[in-house]
Design a protein around this ligand. Structure first.
Ligand SMILES: Cc1cc2nc3c(=O)[nH]c(=O)nc-3n(C[C@H](O)[C@H](O)[C@H](O)COP(=O)(O)OP(=O)(O)OC[C@H]3O[C@@H](n4cnc5c(N)ncnc54)[C@H](O)[C@@H]3O)c2cc1C
Length: 450
């Protein structure tokens, strides 16, 4: 740790607060969404703006401090907090500006999707964002960004127009299709490896404000039938329709097999599009209908509260074969915790028509992106709940061909090669150019080795 005078000098360089372990707000400030991580940073710099970020990067580099970067704090592996070291906490940076004429929005990295959607939906606009409203735009955007608008408008990164970045050497640059193009390529799927993004500029689209959304739930005994239907239905779906299959427990209830939908086209056409779903078997719950887009964006909020313990496994499947469906049926029925869930997300439509090397996100040809989310309430139950997710994944692994970097709890070197796929070497070369000392390493890490 640097001496007191050096820390004091850093503190006075900030417009935001510098929180230390003796501070009353310390315990609250070091908390992240995943309750598994109870880490104690030496310092937390709550940045008020880009100048604070530059100052924090320079201070930690000059004093050889480990750095964690925090946007929305939802990293499954708890990357946004560290033991010792400095947390560059961007959560106070909440600015959002919508440009109605250009149909774009600029947002700072402390913004969460609920805040972003609130500002853009006021004008009937949106971009692809996460399906839990409390997640940060920053981490989600940098990993790829799957959401209810993916099939129609692509991943979040496909809607990123530019980003302002503070690099490891403290330089401030803009990356876009015309400036620092190599960095712009890497930011779109390469996670937080290349610097701290202080502003995101997104393309917006006319969405809602009312869409056709919600879910249908079926008894768990019908899992195989539901997944087979889901497979065929997703293949035939128009771009306006994004569908996820899930195994979740309604509050206090038994596990159900559910199909969650969002149709973002004209409502009268939507009913026709989802009619096969209406006529497929009898659901135990039908909650499909017109609803505000912002409500659809909160649809998973209740199921994933902050503070629980979480462990995930995830992958990308080229198809939902009958053999893979057998695995889902077996493990969905043996969850040790009713809080755990499985979500089969999709990379279809517009998201799938982007070339795998056009951005750093390589899994464009894998329509199914399942994430197994183990959730429980305390350390005593960790072993069995982690084991369930691991065994589930092991059984599914032979059907998978990749992994979405934002959905992984385990981020060892081998897994990173799978997650970045054929883009890994190009990313490693970029890492060497922009962060040769691996200063930004608490992330799904790319080694600067190329
Ligand atoms: C409940 C829940 C629901 C989710 N739903 C979806 C979903 O629908 N679609 C989807 O694609 N993903 C989803 N995810 C995964 C999500 O994309 C990742 O957890 C993401 O990392 C969250 O971003 P954050 O800013 O909240 O996280 P943080 O923990 O703050 O950051 C995550 C990572 O990004 C880095 N980072 C954060 N901000 C910056 C920045 N400004 N510059 C550089 N690096 C930065 C951090 O260092 C860290 O490595 C979900 C996760 C959760 C927990």
């Amino acid at each position: 740790m640097p001496n007191d005078a050096t820390v004091e000098k850093f503190k006075t360089s900030l417009r935001g607060e510098l929180i230390q372990p003796t501070d009353e707000r310390y315990d609250e400030a070091r908390k992240v969404w995943n309750g598994m991580f109870d880490r104690r940073p030496a310092l937390i710099a709550r940045c008020a703006g880009t100048a604070d970020v530059v100052s924090a990067v320079n201070f930690s580099r000059d004093n050889r401090l480990l750095v964690a970067v925090r946007g929305g704090g939802h990293s499954f592996p708890g990357h946004s907090v560290c033991d010792g070291g400095l947390v560059i906490d961007l959560s106070p940076m909440k600015g959002i500006r919508v440009d109605l004429a250009a149909r774009t929005a600029r947002a700072q990295p402390g913004v969460k999707w609920i805040e972003f959607d609130h500002e853009t939906q006021a004008f009937g606009l949106a971009t692809t964002g996460g399906t839990a409203s409390d997640t940060g735009i920053a981490g989600l955007s940098l990993g790829g960004g799957l959401g209810w608008l993916s099939s129609k408008h692509g991943l979040t990164i496909d809607n990123l127009i530019s980003a302002d970045v503070v690099l490891a050497d403290g330089r401030f640059v803009t990356a876009s299709a015309t400036e620092n193009q190599d960095l712009f390529w890497g930011l779109r799927g390469g996670s937080g490896n290349f610097g701290v993004v202080t502003s995101f500029e997104y393309q917006l689209h006319g969405v809602g404000p009312t869409i056709l959304g919600g879910m249908m739930a079926y008894p768990l005994g019908r899992t195989k039938e539901v997944l087979r239907f889901y497979r065929e239905f997703t293949k035939a779906a128009p771009d306006e329709l994004t569908i996820y299959a899930a195994f979740v427990n309604p509050p206090g209830g038994e596990t159900v097999a559910a199909l969650f939908c969002c149709y973002c086209g004209p409502l009268n056409k939507g009913e026709e599009v989802i009619s096969p779903l209406r006529s497929f078997g009898r659901p135990i719950e039908d909650r499909l209908g017109p609803m505000p887009y912002v409500s659809q964006q909160c649809i998973f909020d209740e199921g994933f509260p902050a503070g629980s313990y979480y462990y995930t496994k995830a992958g990308s499947l080229p198809d939902l074969t009958d053999e893979a469906i057998e695995v889902f049926a077996e493990y969905a029925a043996t969850k040790p915790s009713p809080l755990s869930g499985v979500l089969v997300q999709t990379v279809c439509g517009a998201a799938s028509r982007v070339a795998p090397d056009a951005t750093a996100f390589p899994h464009r040809r894998f329509p199914y992106a399942p994430v197994i989310v183990s959730q429980w309430l305390g350390a005593a139950d960790s072993e069995k709940n982690i084991a369930w997710a691991r065994d589930f994944w092991k059984a599914l692994q032979s059907f998978a061909g990749g992994a979405y970097v934002n959905d992984l709890s385990d981020i060892d070197g081998e897994r990173m090669r799978v997650a970045y796929g054929a883009n890994y070497e190009r990313l490693a070369a970029l890492k060497k150019k922009y962060d040769p000392d691996n200063f930004f390493r608490l992330n799904p890490n790319i080694k600067p080795t190329a």
